[in-house]
Design a protein around this ligand. Structure first.
Ligand code: CAA
Length: 260
């Protein structure tokens, strides 16, 4: 199927996904969300891809939010459906069994900030800007913002961001833990890809099991969470890559992981 609004590129063991509606600052309409859903299918099924970089096309924005033009005249049921669609796709990204790095330049607003939060790691340029401006449009955040933001930055700051809708620069986003690191504009993709390749150089099954254990553990009590960890740890010993990684260490040679 020909995709209009999302580009998928593969470079060795990493994939680069680009939201490509620069004229609308990559605003997420339902067509784009559905295309993103198709891309997640592809990423899920491609065993050669070990890590993903997600970014926005053009100079100005990562994603400037859900598409306001499309939302303007929605009915109650249509509004609910739009939120369910966005939440479904973002949850699939969050649960994708390979790390996803958001490479953020320019605006990451509303649905754009929410998309970044559904990724595992966020790298941003010094000129990136973050906000949950929905209440200024008469709506609540609808693609996970009322739930994920507090989990990322704590209740007080999440409430302040959502109630005020104020725009936040990268340095503040870094300070509150919304993003992992700030890089120069020209180095954004280089740095994001370097991190993705570093992840891809490790044992893919161990990376996947780590992601699953972290995500599951964040949603439950510590004893259940540590059980998930022990399960993940145990499962690694059934992989060839565990034998390879430890043998390479003992034999003082380079490792050669096979994703097995
Ligand atoms: N939806 C639809 N179109 C959008 C958009 C959005 N979220 N954001 C920007 N655009 C469009 C503009 O309408 C404009 O289109 P035209 O050229 O056809 O007029 C184009 O992108 C360029 O935008 P601007 O001319 O406004 O650019 P600017 O540099 O003057 O301002 C901006 C940039 C501050 C990001 C401004 O565009 C803006 O405030 N955008 C809306 C941001 C926002 O409120 N996002 C939250 C949406 S609600 C949401 O996301 C709900 C949810 O949680 C699910």
């Amino acid at each position: 199927m020909e995709l209009k609004n999302v580009i998928l590129e593969k470079e060795g063991n990493i994939a680069i996904v680009t939201i490509n509606r620069p004229k609308a600052l990559n605003a997420l309409n339902s067509e784009t969300l559905k295309e993103l859903d198709i891309i997640v299918d592809e990423l899920e099924n491609d065993e050669s891809i070990y890590a993903v970089v997600l970014t926005g096309a053009g100079e100005k924005a990562f994603v400037a939010g859900a598409d306001i033009t499309e939302m303007k005249d929605l009915t109650t049921i249509e509004g609910r459906k739009f939120s369910v669609l966005g939440n479904k796709v973002f949850r699939r990204i969050e649960n994708l069994e390979k790390p996803v790095i958001a490479a953020i330049h320019g605006f990451a607003l509303g649905g754009g900030c929410e998309l970044a939060m559904a990724c595992d790691i966020r790298i941003a340029t010094e000129k990136a800007k973050f906000a949950q401006p929905e209440v200024g449009l008469g709506i609540t955040p609808g693609f996970g913002g009322t739930q994920r933001l507090a989990r990322h930055v704590g209740l007080g700051i999440a409430k302040e961001m959502i109630f005020t809708g104020r725009m936040m620069k990268s340095d503040e986003a870094l300070r509150i833990g919304l993003i992992n690191k700030i890089v120069e504009v020209e180095k954004l993709m280089e740095e994001a890809k370097a991190m993705a390749n570093l992840i891809a150089s490790n044992a893919p099954i161990a990376v996947t099991l780590s992601k699953v254990a972290i995500n599951r553990g964040m949603q439950c009590d510590i004893d259940t969470a540590l059980m998930y960890e022990a399960e993940a740890f145990g499962q690694c010993f059934s992989t060839e890559d565990q034998k390879e990684g430890m043998s390479a260490f003992v034999e003082k040679r380079d490792k050669n992981f096979q994703n097995k």
